[in-house]
Each structure stands twice: as structure tokens, then as C-alpha cells.
Design a protein around this ligand. Sequence first.
Ligand code: WTA
Length: 644
Amino acid sequence: MEHDLHPVSPEFASNTLVTETQYQEQYARSLSDPEGFWSEQAKKYLHWFEDWEKVLSGGFDSLDVHWFSGGKLNVSFNCLDRHLATRAEQPAIIWEGDDPKDSKVINYRELHEQVCKFANVLKHYGVRKGDRVSIYLPMIPEAAIAMLACTRIGAVHSVVFGGFSSEALKTRIQDADCQIVITANEGIRGSKIVPLKHNVDTALKECPNVRNVIVVKRTQNQVAWNSSRDVWYHDAMSQIKTECAPAIMDAEDPLFILYTSGSTGKPKGILHGTAGYLLYAAMTHKLVFDYHDKEIYWCTADVGWITGHSYCVYGPLANGATTLLFEGVPTYPTASRFWEVIDKHKVNIFYTAPTAIRALRREGDDWVKRTSRKSLRVLGTVGEPINPEAWEWYYHIVGEARCPIADTWWQTETGGIMISALPGATPLKPGAAAWPFFGIVPMIIDDEGKPVPDGKMGKLVITQPWPGMLQTVYQNPERFVNAYFKEFPGRYLTGDQAYRDADGYYWISGRSDDVLKISGHRIGTQEVESALIRHQAVSEAAVVAIPDPIKGQSIYAFVTLKVGFHSNDDLKKELVQTVRESIGAIAIPEHIQFTEGMPKTRSGKIMRRLLRKIANNDLTDLGDLTTLADPGVVDEIIRDREIK
Ligand code: WTA
């Protein structure tokens, strides 16, 4: 289906931070003189205690990339202190609670004070520069406060999404060797209670190195308490001084670890550094959303994901913006919630995920049309490809054909947005992520690593370092090399498939590896398989994705049982429960098919390609089955498939 090109409106172009010509010029400059370009940006966007010696050294060939070495700065100083002279009374965070009656505003002066106090609390509990702190909080201002407080003293945070199970939390605490955990007694989402403290208690049974748990009281409900370990946040904050000098950090000091899924093994601890990350988050936030001073900006992501890190907290606050944090869900109390929040707080820029757009589109236009949304100026989307139908709905119904959409392609590893339209510069094509950001050099290659012609699908790689890129995989430099640079040396392998059209627009079609995107959440098939195998009845499990009209993808699991176990609905429920306990509700399989055997090659490898076709009921060309050890199992699997 051909969709119209949406040109930049003249009215919009006249008041934008970057016009089309400026984009072309500056993009060319960012490639021809990267050091000059990034040096100017670093001065423009950040406050430095000491200048760097070298903007960029090393490269992808030798894998020794360094950004701004020798420079000194502090992230919380950049996000708070430097704004106090001009913005002390300006809202820094507008918090909208799960219950529409619950909201509050924290200005820059107050946020600065809270962060300094909490930094002192962390110090009081023995946190030092370089120590890792685990944050397992709902979307409440304390999440941003805790993150910024870590950066104030140079501690490295590891935020774990509140929807992850105690088991997932445990492995993340252990991998990063965190000694402090910050949580809440409970969370609330869509009026449902999330037992955060209970999950922490369970996780900590196997985390002997955790000394203290700092607990925010979000609800009035009682929770189990270990008085030698647990501390109430409000108690700790009530008796602590407000002054806390920012730690002087090196440009390349670690800033945070964020776990994300890959195609093999356990989630990887993606490590981001200080200066490059902050610069890239700030600059992309400003230019991709065309952020103008005093505007109200809302990114609906949870701080447990990279989008929440870069575009709820660090990017906006570094730019002195007002960022809205939302605790709830799009459909509570009704499917008008997003649009009501936009009217209530006069939101100008709104950034969400395709899965939310599709879910709300299904509810009908009335929920949108009964609200005004006249404050809206720019829309954004992230997390998975957006289908043109959802794009058009977002554009016409939500934005009333007035607001450009930035379809932003990027990853946990990239730190910030890599490919996106710029609102005042890029004529929009529904469904295309569009143009590379400054300094970003994408390339589409075939399996041999050769560039493919425009219009042809291939693997998306990035050929030059950029400031926001991950530094490494925490405690696992080998995995860093193997996951991103081994298959095509000298290039960063994204794991996505894409093509570039004749106008230079990039169209991302999805992952080319075993990573799933379920409602925009990134999950590795192997993690789900390992979870299923934990159940005593399961002998083998193979997980594939099938398309889902709302979630983008959903999980289809093939399971073989050990001798003596029998398939039935109760067992299915137990398997679902096992996945919920090992990972979280986001990874639950939609379909479970029991099979007598798996289609395997003679060397014993499960043929996932075949299972993917069967799960998707795509039986026209199953390919060469002669290499299978036991081709007979295929008929049985086809016969019993869940989707026909
Ligand atoms: C996918 C999220 C198409 C992609 C920021 C990528 C997208 C993965 C888009 C990273 C988009 C993200 N269009 N696909 N606009 N944005 N993706 O690490 O497959 O949770 O590799 O980071 O999301 O997911 P992650």
C-alpha cells in the first residue's frame, strides 16, 4: 500500500531548530569533520569542569573507541545545578500518578535538593564512586531522583524494570554485584498492585552482598521488614543534609548498566559511559523532538528501559526541559487517558510506542476525539516498526495532521536515537524511520558483508563510532566483541533488517536474530526457552515469534515433555507460571504446543526456521527437510499446530 509523503509544513519549518538544508549541511559536516563537529556540540550541550584532551580516538577496527578522554564533568550537575540560575522555579518533573487525581510538580530547585539529599543517603549507606546500585522502582519521581543521586556521587546504577520477576531481578543484582537496592513497598499500575518489596525480598535470598534496601512508601499497605537491612526512604531523607558536591567524573567513567536481551544466553549488561552518552541523549532529545524552551515533553516509556533513561530523564533534564513521568497505563481508567493527560498538563511533545498506538486505535476514535490535544506539536514513536495504518491513525486522529511524527529507530546499545525524521526538516513517509542522525553512518549489507543496492533488504550495520554508543558489556568484553563486531569486523552489527530507498530513507523491518519484540519489550527466545526448561516436566523447548496485531509479535512455544509427563491444560498453566516467575509477565507465551519431538538437524540443532513457518501457518515452502534427523516429526507438528 502506497502512503502519501507528508511534506514539512511551511509554518513548522519557519520555527524549527533544524531545517532540511541545515540537516543536509550539518550531516555532511558531521561526517567530514567528526572531531570538529562533536567538539562544538559538546561545548554547546554540556557543562565541563575540565575540557577533554581528545574528542575521539580509536575506532571499530581496533575496538578501542574513546570519546572526550581527559574531560571532567558530572551528570547531575548538567541535569540540575547549571539550570538553577535561570530555571529554579520551572517544573523539572510533572508526575502523573496511576490515579488521575494523583499528580505533582517538582521544580528544578526542589529536584536538585532531593537529589543532593538522596546522594547523601547513598553515601551514608556506604555507596562510593564506582559502586553499583540496583533500582527497582515504579514510575515515580523517586526513580529519577535515585538515578540522578547515583550520578551525583559517581555510583553506577542498574535500573531493573518493575515488571520483571524476582528471579530476573536476582540475576541482574548478582551480575552487577550491587550492594544496595532501591525499591518501593508496592507499585500501582492500572489500579493493580505490584509487589516490588516482596520480589526484592525473594531475590535477596540469593544475593548475600546486598547490605541495604531503601524502600519508598508508595502505598499504605504493610510489607515484610528486615530491620537490620531495610530502610524507609522518607526516614533516611528526613535526617540528612541538603548539600552534596558533585563528584568530578572522567568523561569515560561508567554511568549505568542496563540489561537487555540478545539472541543467545542471559541478558547483557550494557554499559554506558558519562560524557558521550549524556551529550548524545541531550542533543538527540533536543533536535529529534524539536524541543523549544518551556515546552512540556512527555515520553511514556518506563525508566526500566533505555527509552526511559535517555528520554524521560537524562536527555530532557540535561536540556532544562519539563519532563512528564506517568505511572499508569494507557487504558486506565479509560482509553482516553493519554489524551486527557495531554490536555491536563498541556503536553507539547508526546513520545510513545507503536503497541500503545495500535491498542488505542482498536478502542475507536471517540476516545481521542473527545479530548482537545491542541497543545500537541510533535509526536514520536519507538520500540518496533510502526505499520503505516497505525502511523496514519496517529498522524490524522491524534495529531490532526498538524504534528510531524518522529519514528525513532535505536537500541539500548546505541544510547540514543540513531535514525529518525527531524520534525521541521524531513518530509515524512509513514512507516520509514527516515534519516540518520548527525554523525551516524548506517549501511545495509548482505550475509557476506557487501553493501546491497538501495531497495534491497539486508542487515543494518553502523560503520562509524558515535558518542552514545555502549562502552562494553559489563564484565564481559568478549561478549561485547562477539555480539556486535565479530560477524562483520569493523562494523557495529545492530541485529536489525532494513533497506534504504532511493530517497535515502531507512525502513526497518525488524530483528534478523533471535530477539523478540513483544509490545516493544525486548526478549531473547533463549531466555524464554531456559525459563520453560526449568519446569520439571519439560525436556526441550523452542520459542519463535508470530505476528500480533496489537503487540507486534507474540510468543509461540514448542515444548517436548520428559517421559512420564503428559500434556494438558493444567501443565500449560504451570508453564506460563514458570515463565512469569523466571522473567515476568511480558515474556509469557501466547501459544504452547506440545510435541513428541523437535525437528533437528543431524548435528542436533533445532531447526527454528521450520518451526517459525509452522507456527505462522506458512506451509507453502518448508524448504529442504532432508537434512533433518527425523523428518517424521514435522507432520505431527504440523497436524497439532495451534494456528490453522
Ligand atoms: C527495535 C529500544 C523499528 C529494533 C529503543 C531494535 C525499532 C530494538 C524502532 C531495540 C523503530 C526500536 N522502528 N524498529 N523506530 N525502535 N526498534 O534495545 O528491532 O529495547 O533493534 O531499544 O527495537 O530495542 P531496545
